[in-house]
Design a protein around this ligand. Sequence first.
Ligand SMILES: C[S@@+](CC[C@H](N)C(=O)[O-])C[C@H]1O[C@@H](n2cnc3c(N)ncnc32)[C@H](O)[C@@H]1O
Length: 394
Amino acid sequence: MMRHLVVPNREVEAVLGHVRAREWGSLNHRVFSSDDGLSRLIPLDPGAPLELPAALDFPIEIHEGIPDEKTETDWLALLAAEVDEETISEKGESWPSNHEFIGDMMIVRIDENVVEFTDSIARAKLGAHPHIRLLLADDGVEGEFRIRQLRPIGARLADRILAGPSLEFAPPDLLSTEVAVKESGRVIRCDPTRAYFSTKLQTERLETLALAKVLREELGQPLRVADPFCGVGPALATLLGESDLVSDLLAADLNPDAVELLMSNLSKWDRRPYPEGAPDLQRVHDNRLVGMADALSLADDPTISGQWNLVLANLPHRTIEFLPALIPLLDRNYPSMIRGRALVEEDAIEEANQAIRSALPSTMKDKPQPSLQIKRDYSASLRLCSFEAWIDSE
Ligand SMILES: C[S@@+](CC[C@H](N)C(=O)[O-])C[C@H]1O[C@@H](n2cnc3c(N)ncnc32)[C@H](O)[C@@H]1O
């Protein structure tokens, strides 16, 4: 899902000129027509700022991006130079058509059906995406730190493409996975092999921003926000980008590598110094409590419990189980919100909704009951879902 500008047909050329001049258009997706045929939807790069200038003041729609067929045909044409047509059509859907860009890296999932063609896939993908430096195979997410298992399968060294045995000659810098990603006008430093990060959550972060603004409206004041599973801090990048939205912040993670990157990110987003390395949770500034901590024991500290208006819970395989440990973080003197992600079997979503509702204190009568919304498939039966719960004041 990505942001698209909805532009009346007669203004499309002028708007495209503006978007391209600023490099805010998605390179890999194409413009398409609205259902009524009166407008065109222009796909925006995730790095484009949230606030767009007056020349681009058009409605925004969140929509599945339509891949640019040209890059798709280019990569298959390059593959056809190495693999015979019969094999290409026989393996059909097994060829990697989806991919994720993180900075100048591209991540693809290699189906076991086409594993033997990994080197050819790497050469073809890098050939079709000239801005990509490093191609990584995605072997899933592992452990409590949710670190992605990524394997380099191709790299670009000047005008040469390295794949297979020639990758051994790649200088270490070329294989570095620490990158700066631009999202919603902010730069996020991350290394998906050391700390969890996914560009696919941008829409989720924009939805959280919209919900946080509604909560601020309810409270009539900026929010005290806790992100106890914050990783390198991408959700905070979006929230801190909105002026007068966040007053106090708690940002914690158990992974020292994530905290190290978080500190470096916060020093840029917050424009003030943060410690280097990965210190234990500490008050870095009067209104910033940041560092390594176990989310499950935060509420044991009386100076931390009962202090927060918005609590983010992004540890999808355990969110529901952890809710009882997170709820005491909320400041129940005011309406508050828990915004979470959960991984649930599709046929157990109603059961999970009940589990969430029974773990929570009373919710606000004039707001919808917390209910899991499917965001995408995680496996054949598991779904990644989101929910928000509006908690009533006591
Ligand atoms: C799915 S990632 C989400 C990271 C970040 N919120 C984001 O959206 O990119 C979950 C994070 O929770 C952290 N984590 C796992 N168990 C934890 C715990 N008990 N306390 C604090 N952090 C934990 C992991 O290290 C990981 O960074």
